[in-house]
Design a protein around this ligand. Structure first.
Ligand SMILES: Nc1ncnc2c1ncn2[C@@H]1O[C@H](COP(=O)(O)OP(=O)(O)OP(=O)(O)O)[C@@H](O)[C@H]1O
Length: 432
């Protein structure tokens, strides 16, 4: 059942080419906040007073204890487009969604939005905890701009989608976080907005519900809804979003195609990790509820004796090791490795999968180490980034976008594109 679900999801979510109409335009947006509550209130009053007497407040300048939560952010979202928003805690993602949804104003720059926006920003936001699920559906959907007649028509679809069953007539304050998220999502998607803003609310749902949400999002995109999806998990965004924006400390670090943006994000994340762990990349632990059956725990290289290698050596043997936690039996896993050189044009230099080599890897539940043995390393000295994925058919269990490693050499390898192992000898030929 779950397998079918994920297969469907993988096929339906294929990014589609967007048309050209811009539905959200964010131009040079900056927002500052103050860490001190008293000062913040004082600044608020000061700003209102300045505006009342017709003065101009200096939006570009920071006052004592103020900081930029967002600085000079520019990007566009087109009709039917899925945009991922990624960044560490405090990067400014929620602030940006709150500005786009009109909940707060930017200090500089402007946001233009075309059509109806449905913000799914905070869990349970827009719900009144003492009203029942039924009452909240009406309240929430009418706040989002739907007339009562249309709410009546779509009510049953919302209830069916949310799968809250008998809890429909209980107060929302008695709902679990997953139930509240389901109801919020069901209301938002059934108003068929032009723009849907989703701030990590899907993370609280179980895998089955998340898949259902992603399928619903794919359907909405077909009808022209554009959405911005916030997640800390590059995997989610790689599967769903064609384009992405990466924020760090309020600044736009990268934007464009999701693949390179996620690679940049993971590189920045793993830079800190690899500095301390010398050659071994340890991935942040995930709860089992977020797993699709197998999670990558760490990545490293080992030599023939099983010692950890901090760097690879051109021409010498090595094992690429992928330590995983499997939660189920996997009949025939496919381990894929795509290596790009970080210097020069960022070219892909190697692409290897166990499936292409007609090797099927059977994995039992528990902790396992998948190995790819390289009898010799053909890479030239330099710094590389490997994308590692584990799949079974269409099902993608886990992906690591960027495992950085370096290659050294004790051999002369200049003027080459790759290393070819060789032996030299003279063989005498007897003339008959
Ligand atoms: N109302 C506010 N007053 C003061 N500071 C705020 C306010 N709202 C957000 N901030 C600060 O602005 C920065 C950006 O916060 P924001 O919630 O946008 O980050 P985020 O990227 O969504 O983080 P997370 O991934 O943890 O949800 C943080 O330093 C946060 O503490």
């Amino acid at each position: 059942m779950m397998t079918e679900l994920i297969e469907d999801f993988n096929q339906e979510i294929a990014p589609r080419q967007e048309d050209s109409e811009v539905v959200v335009s964010v131009e040079g947006v900056s927002k500052k906040f103050c860490r001190d509550l008293k000062r913040s209130l004082f600044y608020g009053v000061q700003d209102i007073a300045t505006e009342l007497i017709g003065g101009q407040r200096k939006s570009e300048a920071l006052r004592t204890k103020e900081f930029w939560a967002l600085k000079d952010i520019t990007f566009q979202l087109r009709r039917g487009e899925a945009l991922g928003l990624i960044g560490s805690n405090g990067a400014g993602k929620s602030t940006l969604l709150r500005i786009i949804s009109g909940l707060i104003n930017p200090d500089t720059g402007c946001v233009k939005v075309k059509g109806r926006v449905a913000p799914l920003i905070a869990l349970g936001a827009g719900f009144n905890p003492i009203l029942t699920g039924r009452e909240n559906i009406y309240a929430n959907m009418s706040i989002l701009g739907l007339p009562t007649k249309e709410i009546n028509e779509r009510f049953q679809d919302v209830v069916d989608f949310a799968e809250i069953g008998d809890a429909l007539d209980s107060p929302v304050q008695s709902y679990s976080s997953g139930m509240a998220a389901r109801l919020g999502f069901a209301c938002a998607v059934h108003i068929e907005p032009d723009v849907l803003l989703i701030d990590e609310v899907l993370a609280v749902g179980d895998v089955k519900f998340r898949m259902k949400c992603y399928r619903q999002l794919a359907k909405l995109r077909e009808k022209g809804t554009a959405f911005i999806l916030v997640s800390h998990n590059p995997n989610d965004l790689l599967k769903v979003c064609h384009k992405s924006v990466y924020l760090a400390k309020g600044r736009l670090i990268a934007s464009g195609e999701t693949d390179p943006v996620m690679r940049k994000y993971e590189e920045d994340q793993s830079l800190n990790v690899s500095e301390t762990l010398k050659g071994k990349m340890i991935l942040p632990a995930k709860p089992q509820s977020e797993s699709l059956g197998l999670d990558i725990l760490s990545l490293y290289f080992k030599d023939e004796q099983g010692n950890l290698l901090e760097t690879l050596n051109t021409g010498e043997s090595a094992y690429l090791c992928v330590e995983c936690q499997a939660y189920k039996h996997i009949e025939s896993a496919n381990l894929g490795v795509a290596i790009t050189a970080l210097a020069g044009q960022n070219d892909r230099v190697l692409y290897m999968t166990s499936a292409n080599d007609r090797e099927s890897l059977e994995i039992s539940p528990g902790r396992v180490e998948l190995q790819m043995q390289m009898p010799f390393c053909g890479l030239l000295p330099g710094i590389y980034s490997a994308k590692i994925f584990i799949k079974e058919g269409f099902i993608s269990f886990d992906i690591v976008e960027s495992f950085r490693f370096s290659v050294k050499s004790s051999k002369v390898t200049n003027q080459c594109l790759f290393y070819q192992p060789r032996n030299w000898k003279v063989v005498s030929k007897t003339i008959l």
